[in-house]
Design a protein around this ligand. Structure first.
Ligand code: CAA
Length: 284
């Protein structure tokens, strides 16, 4: 496969803009693709703010901020991704949305291009089955905030080729991240272990064992977690947490993965965490 210079990122939300940010910082040209101009503008504005934050801390120069921003080209036209050497999808965490996108991108992208998904829990093997290139489909799972977190979970679907794996591992290293190899299974490693912790913390609140503040204090002071589990759930997004719990529950079939009823109620109410202004805490 030829050298990767132009990277397509599908979705400019929390994860997508972070992914575009680190590829641009890594010297790649980025095509950042969204479905609405408003979402694209918001994503690029977030990248600008986060690059400025890195400059304010002295991690990069003002020239590097400008050069990184210049490397990012926003687009609403998925067809334009045909010019990319590698594409990573970071759209909404719903199988129907991602599977449609994979089928569409398969028809747009040149045959040798690798298509990765930043999915946090959806089967890579199932996404690969939507395409005619299952050997070139892989999981490239980043962590929020993407510019800060060192991990990339690299997930092999059943048919992912060794060449695809090697390319994505090398790409992650080029972004100054640490790739960890994981096989395709519900929630992979990160969310199979993390989400039940967050879900259990929600049960503790629902059952009146402790307040959200108290649960979070226990984990911050007792286990040295940078954020308590309920602050972290708000940070990730309660809708995302619920989607992942459902994938674990359906995929593993064990009642221990049952989503906490309080989580379901909060998502029904539109309390999605930090992004909606209210979750276990209020942010206005
Ligand atoms: N872009 C660039 N830099 C950022 C940033 C961003 N979006 N957010 C924070 N930073 C930088 C800050 O500038 C700061 O830099 P210095 O160390 O050089 O000072 C550093 O990160 C720490 O930030 P703050 O001082 O503002 O705040 P903090 O010490 O409270 O750290 C945090 C913030 C990094 C988010 C920390 O609380 C943390 O690590 N939280 C846990 C995050 C976590 O668990 N993420 C994984 C979520 S799960 C997931 O993403 C995957 C999934 O599938 C659901």
């Amino acid at each position: 496969m030829s050298e990767i210079k132009v990277v397509g990122v599908l979705g400019a939300g929390t994860m997508g803009n972070g992914i575009a940010h680190v590829f641009a910082r890594g010297g790649f040209d980025v095509r950042l693709c969204e479905v609405e101009q408003r979402l694209l503008d918001r994503g690029i504005e977030t990248i600008r703010k986060n690059l400025d934050r890195e400059a304010a801390k002295g991690k990069i120069t003002a020239d590097e901020v400008a050069a990184s921003l210049k490397r990012i080209q926003g687009t609403l036209d998925r067809q334009s991704l045909a010019a990319c050497d590698f594409v990573v999808e970071a759209a909404t965490e719903k199988f129907e949305i991602k599977s449609q996108l994979f089928a569409e991108l398969d028809s747009i992208l040149p045959k040798d291009v690798i298509l990765a998904s930043n999915t946090s829990s959806i089967s890579i093997t199932k996404l690969a089955a939507q395409t005619e290139r299952p050997e070139q489909i892989i999981g490239m799972h980043f962590f929020n905030p993407v510019p800060v977190m060192k991990l990339v979970e690299v997930i092999r679907g059943l048919q992912t080729s060794q060449a695809t794996y090697d390319t994505v591992k090398a790409l992650a290293e080029k972004l100054d991240k640490t790739p960890v190899e994981v096989n395709d299974a519900p929630g992979f490693v990160s969310n199979r272990v993390l989400m039940p912790l967050l879900n259990e913390a929600m049960y503790a609140v629902m059952e009146g064992v402790a307040t959200p503040e108290a649960v979070d204090e226990v984990f911050k002071l007792g286990m040295a977690h940078p954020m308590g589990p309920l602050t972290l759930a708000d940070f990730i997004g309660l809708d995302v947490c619920l989607d992942i719990m459902r994938v674990l529950h359906d995929g593993l079939g064990d009642p221990k993965y049952r989503p906490c009823p309080l989580l379901i109620r909060m998502v029904d109410a539109g309390w999605l965490g930090r992004k909606s202004g209210r979750g276990f805490y209020q942010y206005e």
